[in-house]
Write a protein that binds this ligand. Structure first.
Ligand code: ADP
Ligand code: MG
Length: 158
């Protein structure tokens, strides 16, 4: 995918309340404005990268890009699971992410257990891949040095 690494940020909005948190894997949703700016070559599926809430620490993340059921699957959604235990929810706060690599396409699962196992394996893969020097250095990218103010990245005003 030519567009990777891809950098974007936006205010965390409420998702579909599918109970990701109940599975122990909360996913922070980006608003439509961020999703609509995704380059065409970023396909649906699971990605890994770096994430930061407001001006906090930079953590590893996995992100699912899928079809948004709320819009009858005509629009995409971007859901980020930050690999970190937060003390509180961060709805309304600014989430900055660097999407670094692709793990796998979306797929169906026979059971909830199978889905959870797949996500845990995605998380392990993300953790390992992000330790590669070429990925670690993205934590130092200017994108994470600037504040949450407006700026242009990957050709889009954020
Ligand atoms: P929703 O349907 O509103 O997205 P979730 O059950 O997926 O509900 O929970 C997502 C929310 O949980 C996020 O918007 C964020 O405020 C909070 N949260 C807490 N810890 C994390 C985390 N490690 N990664 C992502 N979101 C988290
Ligand atoms: Mg969610």
């Amino acid at each position: 995918m030519r567009s990777l690494p891809y950098f974007c940020r936006g205010q965390v909005v409420r998702g579909f309340g599918r109970g990701s948190k109940d599975l122990g894997i909360p996913t922070a949703n980006f608003p439509e404005s961020v999703v609509d700016n995704l380059p065409a070559d970023i396909s649906t599926g699971i990605y890994y990268g770096w994430a930061r809430v407001d001006n906090g620490d930079i953590h590893k993340m996995v992100m699912s890009i899928g079809w948004n059921p709320y819009y009858k699957n005509t629009k995409k959604s971007m859901e980020t699971h930050v690999i970190h235990k937060f003390k509180e929810d961060f709805y309304g706060q600014m989430l900055s992410v660097a999407m670094v690599g692709y793990i796998r396409p979306e797929r169906g699962f026979k059971s909830l257990d199978e889905l959870i196992a797949a996500i845990h394996s995605d998380i392990e893969e993300a953790k390992t891949k992000l330790d590669l020097p070429e990925h670690l250095k993205l934590k130092e990218h200017n994108f994470f040095k600037t504040s949450t103010a407006n700026q242009i990245l990957n050709g889009h005003r954020l």
